[in-house]
Ligand binder design. Sequence first.
Ligand code: 0X9
Ligand code: CA
Ligand code: CA
Ligand code: ZN
Length: 438
Amino acid sequence: MSAVKRSAKKRLLALAIIGVSCRLLLFSAAAPAEKKDIVSVEKTPRLAARLQPLGLDLLFEWDNKVYILAGPRDLRTLDRNHIPYLMESNKFPALTSSPVLLQGGINGDYHSYLELEADLQDLERAHPEIARLYTIGMSLENRKIYALKISDNVALDEEEAEVLFLGCHHAREWISVEVPFLLAKHLLENYASDAAVRRAVDQSEVWIAPLINPDGLEYSIRFYRYWRKNRRLNVDGSFGVDLNRNYGYNWAYDNEGSSPEPAAEVYRGSAPFSEPETRAVRDLFLEREFQALVTYHSYSQVILYPWGYTPTPTDKEALHWSLAADMSMLMEAVNGRLYGFGPSAQSSYLTNGDTTDWAFGVAGIPAYTIELPPVDQLGGGFFNAERDITPVFNENLPAALYLINWSIVNFGAFQAQEREARTDRLNGRGKVPGRHQN
Ligand code: 0X9
Ligand code: CA
Ligand code: CA
Ligand code: ZN
């Protein structure tokens, strides 16, 4: 991870970081101790080059230093590589102060796993004709991974454009649960009254899976707010696979932003789709014929699309670009917040094994990572205030509706293209692997 949010983090006032792991001490008796510190390393080209392959959790850069969130193991890694660092935790009082209680429920206005489960069940119960809740897989710790299907005649698989929205691959990105959840709620609750919503729901099949990493989310709520990965117990005793490095297209292409080291924050797992959480997405995807995909993350306020594993543009750069440009414009019009956009590898950083590379790689469909606000650490980083939830959703709504409508309008062309791809594969002329062959 050459610097998570490298671009966004250039001019930061480091001390504005808030709420670093408010909950660290809350359950410390029960929690396997994963206490972390914030350390800084001088930002020289030489040190940066040596830091890069270590897969550490780079928080931000400020005043010619790189700040890193580091556990005991990470500190040993730094020692072993003779990289000098300074302990900076005392600059971040939130690390050691007692937890701030949020408004309602265990994590305030954000959803915990059980709260989301209850709310999804309520939505299905309140709108049985147009909503159906599916369990698309089980997490490592046996939590259900839910997907809500929204369409007219919801029990039938109709010949309609299918669009997939995903949330929370990364545990600490709580806002990424809320946006797809609120999208589901909006579509269902406005179906009767809003003609545009009704048309979208009637003519498409929208699938919304707001919580791909339930174990990680719960861990982030209860023990360690900064948790990113799932909760896989790795061979070396460390925990977690980065689910957004575990997808099977050019998995392990190289070690840029994706690590073979189990303890790394960007550990890609022992094999492509080694994790039940990514398998759940894969299996749903391969069963359906999605025409577009959005996976929500945070933070940095940017719309990304393939490739992530290489700077080479895809053969659908123009399409990706123009849909992203339109979405960005629609989003900015709501609250005035500008979402940048571009290919992942350039607008973000190189990684391999992410969701959108896989979806595009096997199906050739537009696939977007939307990194929700804030734009940088100064704005709160991963810790959106509860009052951000509604405005962030509001500005993402028109982009989601736009992509659904684009899929509806282009459904005929999509079907023709799928038919052609199938024929090509049958005749051994396939350009892409093809989603039906996995
Ligand atoms: O690193 C990620 O998985 C995503 N960023 S996050 O801070 N939410 O973890 C970005 C994924 C986009 N893909 C690439 N940059 N290749
Ligand atoms: Ca339908
Ligand atoms: Ca269908
Ligand atoms: Zn993420």
